[in-house]
Design a protein around this ligand. Structure first.
Ligand SMILES: Cc1cc2nc3c(=O)[nH]c(=O)nc-3n(C[C@H](O)[C@H](O)[C@H](O)COP(=O)(O)O)c2cc1C
Ligand SMILES: [Mn+2]
Length: 461
């Protein structure tokens, strides 16, 4: 489907506003399901969502004991993400390229005086569980968790803003424990505050524009503001407002905002929680987030993220990182895909176009570069440009017809992956590269049979 320039500009507004996006999707067939039957936030909501995961956006309108609906699933489906960004959904690679461009051409946020996120301000007697439909998802989870909270923090030394998503376990009326993985900027910033002996003020926005959500997983160096990426994705500056009780800014159109501070040097047990691989995390120490104020829209939506959406949010930005390094290694790279079956991070499929004899072999250099580009990339499969990297059945066809294990397998024993993967030994895991490309010299032998191009619609009328 061809998109005119005007169409793209029009569609971009959906990336800058969650409500506009929901309205747009609601006007289309099968994009949004509204569950009107009462659902318990404890276990039931997650169980129902799991049955619908990967399909429509789901709005739970009647969460038992709450007036606020739960919404989830904008990012559970790649086609939908492409459409929200005004891209052609039939070419999933556009999304990777668009997010890559956004990293290179950032648009700074704009401070405004007031925002819808402050229509209601609760400063006294903050009670998280009473106010917000915070779910308990898996049966073995330790408690109720906020899963879609974008943390806005400022480096106490430089004042630079940082965005990242962290799961948060409710531990009291105004207290959460916030999980921070190794290497996260929030962890670095918090340890600076701890060294200074001061609390780290943070704001957590739950329910933000799709562009802000997508930028919160962008891979930037410490000190660079992810909001600049969001501005570039949505094609206009993100409007931000000052918080009421702390020195931080949040998107003016956020649905719900928690203002508060991470206490210095107080870490308590958090978990277990169903981690991204679908297994439970081990209990580990986490900083305490003391909430001072909750602000929200007059009729807020409470955003909640489940597994597939989390895979997609990370996977897209992972592809951006892989594509950049792979393309720098050799321009024969065409498309990259981090598969959903590997949680959007462990398995990459890369297509290459070998045009001259000297291109032979480069696909293997590229495989090694991808191992280096992303530490969780444990399996990298190189295929030719005639294989659809987004279709795992196609990829399997390439393995069946173009891969010989004795010649095309690259093994790197005991490299570093993600420590949460149960099979890794505290993060140590072997990497496997598979060269499923046809040897350039024998291209003809591997050529796929061609057929006449026809327009099927004409025959179905
Ligand atoms: C839904 C979702 C949940 C996440 N939960 C956590 C978490 O609990 N702890 C964590 O350290 N990272 C978590 N992440 C990953 C970080 O948000 C992500 O890597 C981010 O880019 C880190 O930002 P930074 O580069 O500024 O540190 C999550 C990501 C998503 C999409
Ligand atoms: Mn960062």
């Amino acid at each position: 489907m061809a998109y005119t320039r005007l169409h793209v500009v029009f569609m971009l507004s959906y990336a800058s506003d969650l409500r506009a996006a929901l309205e747009f999707l609601s006007s289309r067939k099968d994009e949004v399901i509204r569950i009107r039957k009462p659902v318990d936030a404890k276990h039931e909501l997650a169980a129902v969502y799991r049955m619908l995961e990967g399909g429509p956006v789901v709005v739970f309108e009647n969460v038992k004991g709450y007036k606020i609906p739960v919404v989830s699933g904008f990012f559970s489906n790649r086609r939908r993400v492409s459409e929200l960004l005004g891209l052609d959904p039939s070419d999933p690679m556009q999304l990777t390229l668009r997010c890559g461009e956004a990293l290179a051409n950032r648009v700074k946020p704009r401070l405004v005086g007031d925002g819808a996120c402050k229509e209601v301000v609760v400063k006294s007697e903050v009670n998280l569980m009473k106010t917000l439909p915070i779910m308990k998802a898996a049966l073995g989870d330790a408690g109720h968790y906020i899963t879609a909270g974008v943390v806005f923090a400022k480096d106490p030394e430089t004042g630079n803003r940082n965005l990242s998503i962290h799961r948060m376990q409710v531990k009291g009326p105004n207290e959460l424990r916030l999980h921070i993985d190794k290497g996260r900027h929030l962890g670095v910033i918090l340890s600076k505050a701890e060294r200074m002996g001061v609390p780290l003020e943070i704001a957590v926005a739950v329910g933000v524009a799709p562009a802000v959500m997508l930028s919160s997983t962008a891979k930037l160096p410490l000190g660079e503001d992810e909001l600049g990426v969001a501005g570039a994705i949505q094609g206009e500056p993100v409007e931000i407002v000052k918080c009421d009780t702390i020195n931080a800014e949040v998107p003016a159109n956020a649905e719900v905002v928690l203002e508060g501070e991470l206490l210095p040097d107080v870490w308590e047990d958090e978990g277990p929680f169903q981690e991204y691989p679908g297994t439970y995390s081990v209990v580990s120490p986490a900083p305490i987030f003391r909430v001072k104020a909750i602000t929200h829209r007059s009729t807020p939506l409470f955003y909640t993220v489940f597994m597939r959406e989390s895979h997609m949010l990370r996977g897209i930005q992972g592809e951006v990182a892989i594509y950049r390094v792979a393309k720098d290694t050799s321009p024969i790279v065409q498309k990259v895909h981090l598969t959903m079956g590997s949680c959007g991070r462990h398995h990459a499929v890369i297509s290459v176009k070998k045009e001259i004899a000297d291109h032979e072999g480069l696909q293997r250099n590229i495989i090694c570069a991808v191992f280096a580009a992303m530490r969780e990339a444990d399996l990298v499969i190189a295929v030719d440009e005639d294989v659809d990297v987004y279709n795992m059945s196609e990829v399997e066809w390439a393995l069946a017809t173009r891969f010989d294990a004795a010649r095309g397998l690259i093994l790197v024993p005991d490299a570093r992956s993600h420590e949460i993967t149960p099979v890794s030994r505290e993060g140590i895991r072997s990497k496997m590269g598979i060269d499923a490309t046809a040897p350039f010299q024998m291209k003809d032998r591997f050529r796929r049979a061609e057929f006449l191009k026809v327009d099927l619609k004409k025959y179905l009328e």
